[in-house]
Design a protein around this ligand. Structure first.
Ligand code: PLP
Length: 376
């Protein structure tokens, strides 16, 4: 049996076309985009062409996109900028955000920013009534920062609902779309989102590159100081090949979005049906078995008992999955997301995140489940 990769929420394999283009770019557009000679101009043109295409795909304008080293930097840039340069004094977020948001918000809290956390319901979704209660009490100088798709349990945030609140209470809204860009249709000319953040390696692009979108009128001041790159919003020589690769990965992902979505929904529902047949007491964390409320890329399985070393045993059999968020692998801390809403009893049991991409096949699922059957 070949190795099976079912950890696509941690990172995705790069599309071959992306690798080829990046290789070519390293040779042909190696100039420094800040140089005024022809090599520099060629590299600059490649970066700007990528920006134009990404902006077009997402319904924004080129001046609204800043390239960064990935999701974490983009999130830090947006949240810090909101507080230090846009007058935000209150951030509303949730305990199930990625640590890039949670730790940045905590650091801002230590600087005097008020932080409110939206209640997480027992099914891992956010309580929208509580969000409105918070806004009723305090909405001035407020930023709402809530992720679109949760990286551990796949829950999809109702963006339209949050946008309605943001309009009613006149707040700013940032959404971490690291797990959704390239997998969902997002049109910023329709969705009134002020800031969003993305990372190329989650949609078959290279690691170490991403972007922040900030809507016109919400100007960004740099957190990385130095040169005048990115129109003065983010200093440092651009990673031309990675930016070009990110654009290619996004273009391919969006070009095939509808058929990929359909394919992955089928794959995920097949997985759910089969695992339920194999292990009747199996449960799913959050609403990750609900194909409309959770992403087609993620399912988080709660096994009926503690299966120590399950991930290790799966790995030995060539199956790569994750026990929570991959960003925690190597640490002994449990998942902060599952801790937020699972009962103590269920936290004792083993949870595994299986996350899919279009490069996975039904055969991969069959083989994984046949290995699981022997281990449980
Ligand atoms: N936000 C979410 C939801 C993520 O899943 C991740 C990465 O796992 C990040 C942010 C951080 O992105 P990056 O790895 O590009 O720094």
């Amino acid at each position: 049996m070949n190795n099976i990769y079912l950890d696509n929420a941690a990172t995705t394999p790069m599309f071959p076309e992306v690798c080829e283009l990046m290789f070519k770019s390293m040779h042909t557009t190696f100039g420094n985009p800040s140089s005024t000679h022809s090599f520099g101009r060629k590299a600059k043109a490649a970066v700007e062409s990528a920006r134009k295409s990404i902006a077009k795909h997402l319904g924004g304008t080129t001046s609204e996109f800043v390239f960064t080293s990935g999701g974490t930097e983009a999130i830090n840039l947006i949240l810090n900028n909101a507080v230090y340069h846009l007058g935000v004094k209150h951030i509303i977020t949730s305990k199930i955000e990625h640590h890039a948001v949670l730790y940045t918000v905590q650091a801002l809290e230590e600087k005097g920013v008020k932080v409110s956390y939206v209640d997480v319901l027992n099914n891992g979704t956010l309580c929208m009534e509580h969000l409105e209660n918070i806004l009723e009490q305090h909405s001035t100088n407020t930023l709402i920062s809530l992720m679109h798709v949760n990286n551990e349990i796949g829950t999809i945030l109702d963006l339209k609902k949050v946008i309605a609140f943001k309009k009613k209470y006149k707040t700013l809204f940032h959404t971490d779309t690291v797990q959704s860009i390239g997998h969902f249709k997002i049109n910023l000319s329709i969705l009134d989102i002020d800031f969003l953040t993305a990372s190329a390696h989650k949609f078959h692009g290279p690691k170490g590159v991403g972007f922040a979108f900030f809507r016109k009128g919400t100007a960004i001041q740099p957190q990385v100081l130095g040169g005048e790159q990115e129109r003065g919003t983010r200093a440092g020589t651009e990673n031309v090949a990675a930016i070009v690769g990110m654009e290619k990965a996004l273009s391919i992902s969006l070009q095939n979005l509808e058929q990929d979505l359909c394919y992955l929904k089928q794959l995920k529902s097949y997985f759910i049906k089969q695992i339920k047949a194999d292990i009747p007491q199996v449960l799913f964390n959050g609403v990750s078995d609900n194909l409309t409320k959770s992403s087609h890329t993620i399912v988080n399985v709660l096994f009926p008992k503690t299966l120590s070393m399950l991930l290790f045993q799966l790995d030995l059999k060539g199956i790569s999955v994750s026990g929570g968020s991959a960003c925690q692998s190597g640490s002994h801390k449990g998942s902060h997301v599952l801790q937020t809403f699972l009962s103590d009893n269920n936290q004792e049991k083993t949870s595994v995140r299986f996350s899919f991409s279009t490069l996975n096949t039904k055969e991969n699922i069959k083989d994984t489940l046949s290995v699981l059957r022997h281990l449980i």
